[in-house]
Design a protein around this ligand. Structure first.
Ligand SMILES: C[S@@+](CC[C@H](N)C(=O)[O-])C[C@H]1O[C@@H](n2cnc3c(N)ncnc32)[C@H](O)[C@@H]1O
Length: 463
């Protein structure tokens, strides 16, 4: 890896605008892959740590620019070039010529970046018999390998041959619905880009050996999708700005080595440089946060957001011990209690209290208080007053305390059973326990949250 990082830095330094603070370096660990650490001196608040110019970022804008180098039909003001390819033997002249401007502009950033990265990273070496090297190769060379992202549940769901499929029934409700949602997005994007990949395969299969099959390309696509998903950073793309909010992101080499930390607002922060023109892209800059760093070897972090372990597992493939942002989604259990009670159901729906019931360490959500109060008392008039703030939850607490303890205790039993089952499975699979361990961490934290509330509700009774 050291050699690859050196090549990455040499490539980044081809731009005079690239900056890397000399006090930081890359360290690799089993637990979190590559990360940025302090190697000497110290960093204090607002110190510039990294700045990566637009020439070395992959996003909707820069991809169109690079494709246009091989497709002179593309003409998007302030984005494309009209120079024509320098090398007439470059297979991308033919491959990218089938990409029509209207089609490209309709794609989302995910679709375009997946297509482009598969072309440049996976297909170009095949199309050219390794004779043509992508501009982005030093970046591709430091991206995670497939095994490093094997713990993402959506991959278990979408890969026929995933050895982790037996774990899907053991996902928490929050993780399962997250997985279902992302699976739909991934499948939809595949439907959009697969026809282009198929055309490329037909174009090159009689010219070169070892063109990957569509099944192989699908696996590459899944990997590229989650490489992008786990490393993209929010960034305004002028041509997407007001049309497609989800497409406003960029990939930034080196900045994407920063690992996540749960504390919000203490570690590094991104600050975008200003530009003269609206259509111009900005360098991506990372500065030191409030906390500062002064211990050599100390890891320099970025907070990816206030994310629970269920979220981190699904988006990034890792979980944290003692993650303060964890919560339990108890929607299914509470909605089950309303079954057959049409009056309760329609009241909750009309008042927008239907579903989305969560419990974290500090709170049982207000939505749960309202809904349980109605389920238990069936007193619509008083619950309406509760919603309007005329009655406090103290009125309902004695009435719903027992059913609430019952609910939490039955959840506790369910999660304890899952922990027993997962621990059994772990014994049979001692060589690769990572995915199971992530689920165990999630459930053990659920138990910690439940125990806290069960004992708090019990104490109320004793008083
Ligand atoms: C933006 S990348 C960070 C760099 C990454 N470690 C690498 O080797 O390229 C995000 C990925 O890093 C890993 N990661 C980030 N923060 C982590 C943490 N606190 N613990 C474990 N893994 C982490 C996860 O694999 C995640 O998908």
């Amino acid at each position: 890896m050291e050699q690859k990082i050196t090549s990455l830095l040499n490539w980044l330094h081809t731009s005079p605008e690239f900056y890397l603070n000399e006090n930081v370096t890359i360290n690799e660990t089993e637990a979190s892959g590559r990360g940025v650490v302090l190697c000497k001196n110290k960093l204090v608040k607002n110190d510039l740590i990294i700045s990566v110019p637009t020439t070395h970022q992959i996003n909707f804008h820069t991809v169109l620019y690079h494709i246009s180098k091989f497709n002179p039909d593309l003409s998007i003001p302030s984005v494309t070039v009209n120079e024509g390819s320098i090398d007439i033997d470059d297979p991308r002249n033919e491959a990218y010529s089938i990409l029509e401007q209207d089609f490209l502009l309709e794609l989302t950033s995910f679709q375009l970046l997946c297509l482009y990265i598969i072309a440049e990273w996976i297909l170009l070496p095949v199309w050219s018999n390794d004779a043509t090297v992508s501009y982005w190769k030093p970046f591709f060379d430091v991206l995670p390998a497939k095994e490093e992202l094997r713990s993402i549940p959506t991959k278990w769901n979408l890969m026929d041959a995933s050895p982790y499929k037996p774990l899907i029934p053991f996902l928490s409700d929050a993780s399962f619905s997250h997985t279902e949602r992302i699976s739909k997005l991934v499948k939809n994007d595949w439907e959009i880009i697969a026809p282009i990949l198929l055309t490329w395969n037909n174009m090159f299969s009689h010219k070169v050996k070892d063109v990957p099959s569509m099944e192989e390309l699908y696996l590459e696509y899944l990997h590229v999708y989650f490489v992008i998903n786990s490393r993209c950073l929010y960034y305004e793309i002028p041509i997407k700005k007001n049309k497609d909010i989800a497409s406003n992101f960029t990939l930034v080499p080196y900045v994407d080595f920063l690992n996540h930390v749960p504390e919000v607002g203490e570690h590094c922060y991104p600050s975008l440089t200003t530009t003269k023109h609206e259509t111009e892209l900005k360098a991506f800059t990372i500065r030191c946060g409030e906390k500062g760093y002064n211990q050599v070897g100390e890891e320099i972090f970025l907070n990816y957001g206030a994310h629970s372990n269920d979220f981190l597992s699904n988006e990034y493939g890792f979980v944290l011990e003692n993650n303060e942002w964890n919560f339990i989604d108890v929607s299914e259990e509470i909605l089950e209690m309303t079954e057959g009670n049409l009056e309760t159901i329609s009241f909750l729906k009309e008042n927008e209290y239907w579903g989305d019931y969560t419990i974290n360490f500090d709170d049982i959500s207000y939505r749960i208080w309202v809904t349980m109060s109605l389920i238990v008392t069936k007193d619509i008039r008083r619950v309406e007053k509760f919603i309007q703030g005329f009655i406090s939850e103290d009125f309902f607490r004695p009435k719903i305390r027992e059913p609430l303890i019952h609910l939490l205790s039955s959840l506790k039993k369910k999660y304890e059973e899952r922990i027993i089952n997962l621990t059994q499975m772990r014994l049979h699979d001692i060589n690769d326990t990572w995915c199971i361990d992530n689920l165990l961490i999630i459930y053990n934290d659920y138990l910690y949250i439940l125990d806290h509330h069960i004992s708090a509700l019990g104490e109320i009774n004793e008083k």
